[in-house]
Design a protein around this ligand. Structure first.
Ligand code: ASP
Length: 454
């Protein structure tokens, strides 16, 4: 097993060490060769003799060498291992590399997306991308640590599930055992997390994959990952406070500065008046240069809005509770345009980075919400019967929220595209990275599923 990451070689001056990694660059100076050896933690300079001459970039090698301090004037302060170099003693090529079809020592922004994603495993060797992916892992680790310390339990929910109205188009999966019927991939774990509250877990979280068949944009893909959480016996302010503590802890642990603490709170009306939108950027030019994070909450959203056909639909989430003072109006279906939801959205640097609500745990309120949207009794029972039933067996008051990890990562890294913070993103035409889906399938597979492509 590899025991030493390159960044740690500095701790082994005077020792012969075994290094494993990729050849980053080769500079041939006749009698000696300078090799930069790379792993995900950085590069180190190897000085080698004849044996090292056959190496070329991206070869995977095992090098045995002596760690030596560099003379004062040769110290390179730009790299972590700049005060040392390795006197190469032995080298074994573990895998010879062809010349990569794309340069890896640039930031990569100007390289064609198709090429970058086809060779994503090479593209990811790029320093910028390696760093982004590692930062993402750190962020998720901090989320787990924080939530676990607050008594949250991590629970997985199914990927093959029932369509849930989250405002997007579903991805459907045909059932082989029940031909003609379909599962939907979850747009979010919304219903399951509420059922976990009914089950008595009280504090749940999940790093959850969510799938939505929407048009692709710079900051939106078919798949995204949410930090999804739900709590029982809470009010709106409790969830906002806990979440704010989580976001603040993580951002500060990662070394970021937050513009204003506690986060300012705007009503939807105030936000629209002040910024003309419910997501906005409060940073000054100077804040932008310094990578400052300007978080704000938006609350008091209208529960309903008119859709294209002039029918009422929910603005955020049909499972939300109305503001307590509007409960009667919702039950009586009166003044629908003035009913406000317990929804809270978190905004940062111009993006919406999270949102949630207190949910209704009363069957009558959920039913009335669905009726306002014109759902028939039959449809309500077919699509929401299980929730209405659960609410009749001791479901506690509860609420929660979710954060899109990719959006948060884009803000933290300053990256303009989602693909820069995802290991294997899709192309803008929805083709998968490295593998080549969607692709045709066997006639036999279709037959088994009872499906005909027309
Ligand atoms: N399920 C919601 C969403 O995906 C978030 C929430 O209300 O917890 O946007």
């Amino acid at each position: 097993m590899k025991k030493l990451f390159i960044e740690n070689t500095v701790e082994h001056v005077g020792e012969v060490v075994d290094l494993y990694g990729w050849v980053d660059t080769v500079r041939d100076h006749k009698k000696i060769v300078f090799i930069d050896l790379r792993d995900r933690t950085g590069i180190v300079q190897i000085v080698g003799g004849e044996d090292f001459k056959g190496l070329s970039p991206e070869d995977v090698v095992h090098i045995k060498g002596l760690v030596k301090e560099r003379p004062e004037k040769l110290i390179n302060p730009k790299i972590k291992t700049g005060a040392i170099e390795i006197e190469g003693k032995e080298v074994v090529i573990l895998n010879k590399s062809l010349t990569p079809p794309l340069p890896l020592n640039t930031d990569g922004y100007d390289i064609d997306e198709e090429v970058r994603l086809k060779y994503r495993y090479l593209d990811l060797r790029r320093k910028r991308l390696t760093r982004n992916i590692i930062l993402r892992s750190k962020m998720v680790r901090l989320v787990r640590e924080f939530l676990t310390s607050k008594g949250f339990i991590e629970i997985e929910t199914p990927l093959l599930t029932k369509s849930t109205p989250e405002g997007s188009r579903d991805f459907l999966v045909p059932s082989r055992m029940q031909p003609g019927k379909f599962y939907a991939l979850p747009q979010s774990p919304q219903q399951y997390k509420q059922l976990l509250m009914a089950a008595g877990f009280e504090r749940y979280f999940q790093i959850a994959k969510c799938l939505r068949d929407e048009d692709l944009r710079a900051d939106r893909g078919f798949e995204h990952t949410q930090i999804d959480l739900e709590m029982s016996f809470v009010n709106r302010e409790d969830v906002m406070k806990l979440d704010e503590e989580m976001v603040t802890t993580i951002a500060e642990e990662l070394g970021y500065t937050i513009k204003q603490k506690p986060f300012p709170v705007f009503t939807y009306k105030e936000a629209m008046e002040k910024y003309g939108a419910d997501k906005f950027d409060m940073r000054t030019e100077e804040d932008k240069q310094n990578g400052v994070l300007a978080f704000a909450w938006v609350i008091d959203f209208p529960f309903f809005e008119r859709d294209d056909e002039n029918k009422w639909t929910f603005t955020h989430n049909p499972f939300s509770a109305p503001m307590p003072e509007h409960r009667e109006m919702l039950l009586n279906k009166e003044n629908i345009d003035t009913i406000m939801a317990t929804q809270y959205d978190l905004v940062c640097n111009g993006y919406e980075v999270g949102g949630g609500s207190i949910r209704t745990h009363e069957p009558s309120v959920l039913k009335s919400t669905l009726e306002i949207m014109g759902y028939t009794e039959e449809r309500i029972q077919a699509e929401f019967g299980h929730m209405l039933e659960a609410f009749q067996y001791g479901t506690p008051p509860h609420g929660g929220l979710a954060h899109g990890i990719e959006r948060l990562m884009m803000i933290l890294t300053g990256e303009p595209y989602l693909r820069e913070v995802v290991a294997f993103p899709m192309t803008s035409t929805g083709q998968t990275a490295a593998t080549n889906a969607p692709s045709p399938v066997d006639e036999k597979q279709l037959k088994e599923l009872g499906i005909k492509v027309v």
